[in-house]
Ligand binder design. Sequence first.
Ligand SMILES: NC(=O)c1ccc[n+]([C@@H]2O[C@H](COP(=O)([O-])OP(=O)(O)OC[C@H]3O[C@@H](n4cnc5c(N)ncnc54)[C@H](O)[C@@H]3O)[C@@H](O)[C@H]2O)c1
Length: 345
Amino acid sequence: MKILITGGAGFIGSAVVRSAVRRGHQVVNLDALTYAANLANVAAVSSSDLYYLEQADIRDRDVLEQIFRSYCPDAVMHLAAESHVDRSIDGPDNFIQTNIIGSFNMLEAARAHWLREGRPEGFRFHHVSTDEVFGSLGETGQFNEETPYNPRSPYSASKAGSNHLVRAWHETYGLPVVLTNCSNNYGPYHFPEKLVPVVILKALAGEPIPVYGDGGNVRDWLYVEDHADALLLVLEKGRNGRSYNIGGQNEVKNIDLVRMICEHMDTLRPEGAPHDRLISFVPDRPGHDRRYAIDPRRIRDELGWRPSVTIEEGLRRTVEWYLANSDWWQPLLSREGVGRRLGTA
Ligand SMILES: NC(=O)c1ccc[n+]([C@@H]2O[C@H](COP(=O)([O-])OP(=O)(O)OC[C@H]3O[C@@H](n4cnc5c(N)ncnc54)[C@H](O)[C@@H]3O)[C@@H](O)[C@H]2O)c1
């Protein structure tokens, strides 16, 4: 299959690109190469005959039109987005432009391509979204595919907006689509402004490890390579027009996650132990959702997918990867905004 993947130089997109090329798919990686991108993420496959890179911005409809005409993809996996909640609080504009207008441009370019090709039934527009569109849970309950949207940050509102557009393009124009809403990802190649790499790199440097609020916020952690497998499965086997929630079945409070990382650091870097002495509680993020949890029954029962990596195993692999790959993360620390507290509004 020839797959046009947007955002393929980012964290999750690059895992999908690597996995898709290894499975023998042709991949066109469409990415604007923003601050969050890194071509080193796809170095493992970039010399393959199956891999093409198009540096392009999804806010530019004309460029998208040309890319669809020249590559004629069988499917689209749309991951390009502004993805950091704290940045969305400081500057929502980019989130609206890329996540909503950019997704609209992608839908229109894909629809024109699908019509030119004679409405192929097998074509798919796979929109990759987040569990954050469902809002915040109390102590109990889980999000399923019918949970009403209740986004509470500029980021999650922009993702919810794009989800609505994708559903509308399916219902109104018949565009074949699938949607996925996943929980928090972690793993290698995670940009060092997100919680897991921040904790590892602060612990390594012997600097205060910031924990927002009381650390009681709960996330359902999903290993990125498990997520990439699930996304390719949904693309190939998911039912047209359907959405699937993808979760790791690893619900953990932030403070417990931080302590687990510190324990791995104690084992791997005993000279800095105990690393949890570095934990420092900082003022909470405004509107910080308290708990997310995914009900994974649909993707499990219909498509037979379940996560393969436990949180203990995934964190161990991730910590080891960061310790072995300072060449990857060191240059990213000087990118704009990294290492600064953002999103305090
Ligand atoms: N990381 C998570 O835990 C998580 C959870 C649920 C859903 N998601 C969704 O998965 C997708 C990928 O997330 P990620 O964590 O890999 O993000 P990321 O920030 O690591 O990567 C985003 C990529 O999109 C590219 N991009 C941004 N704006 C663009 C534009 N205007 N045109 C073209 N390319 C552009 C960037 O250059 C970057 O390579 C996003 O849609 C995000 O909303 C992420």
